[in-house]
Design a protein around this ligand. Structure first.
Ligand code: B1M
Length: 211
């Protein structure tokens, strides 16, 4: 079995102690950090499928998420670039009702390495908390909203609507997460959408350049 396959399977099985060791070994073997990350994401995909089919339940999903987060900690220095530019502050959070944070954390990591100063509001963030954070932090250029559940897509819509209705300006809003599409982002009035963390950083740089 290849080391990447090993990483994937142990994320699937929620081996929180083993995954960081395997990630380090995969790096030492010369595997690219992005390939190791993809192996972990694939492992989480299997976890999601098993959950959908009733083979596993929420506790197993939670343990797998912990294992992946531990692996990402090892990968972080290898994924994050050394930003030499300052693009301003980015407020990021997972929208109200949604507790998923692995994707949001990856996006935060990539935006930080692109040059943003990150203010992470965490998960289950009410729309008004985004608005307050825009008001209370200096030089906000970007607001990033993540959502993983189709049931919290209305909360994402509400968040964008409340941010726009606040009358605050000087920043752009980017949205993303598995159920979010470009069409949905346009419909709810977001300024940008990205399907993954890497492309979120590219889109974010484009968005702030045209402010
Ligand atoms: Co949840 N969960 N979960 N879960 N969970 C999913 C999302 C699900 C698809 C599983 C399934 O049924 N197949 C399903 C959602 C179905 C739907 O609505 N369409 C689901 C469900 C149903 C639930 C519960 C309702 C289960 C229940 O209680 N009955 C419950 C909801 C709790 C809540 O949020 N209120 C729940 C709970 C949980 C745990 C807490 C146990 C745990 C999360 C722990 C944590 O995050 N700390 C969990 C997990 C682990 C998953 C899966 C298995 C993995 C998610 C993950 O971390 N993926 C997931 C199945 C799956 O994804 N295949 C599932 C890896 C991560 C890197 O990918 O988050 O997609 P992702 O992020 C990507 C992109 O989406 C994008 O970039 C990231 C990286 O490139 N992206 C952005 C994300 N945010 C972005 C923002 C951007 C741009 C791009 O711009 C701002």
């Amino acid at each position: 079995m290849s080391k990447l396959e090993d990483v994937k399977i142990n994320v699937e099985n929620g081996k929180t102690k083993l995954v960081p060791e395997l990630v380090q070994e995969a790096l030492d073997e010369g595997n690219a950090a992005l390939d190791i990350l993809q192996a972990m994401v694939n492992g989480m995909g299997v976890v999601g499928d098993k959950f959908s089919s009733g083979a596993i339940f929420v506790p197993e999903m939670l343990i797998a998420a912990k294992a992946m987060s531990k692996g990402v900690e090892i990968l972080k220095p290898h994924l994050a670039g050394d930003a030499s530019v300052s693009l301003g502050t980015c407020i990021i959070g997972t929208v109200q009702g949604d507790l998923h944070d692995i994707g949001k954390n990856l996006v935060a990591m990539m935006l930080e390495s692109a040059g943003f100063t990150m203010v992470d509001l965490g998960v289950d963030v009410p729309a008004q908390k985004f608005v307050e954070a825009i008001k209370s932090n200096p030089n906000v250029k970007l607001v990033a909203c993540s959502g993983l559940l189709s049931t919290t897509m209305p909360a994402m819509k509400n968040t964008v609507a409340e941010i726009k209705a606040s009358g605050l300006s000087g920043f752009k809003v980017i949205v993303g997460g598995a159920p979010v599409t470009e069409t949905f982002a346009d419909e709810i009035g977001a300024d940008g959408y990205a399907p993954d963390a890497g492309r979120a950083a590219i889109k974010a740089k484009q968005l702030v350049a045209v402010l």
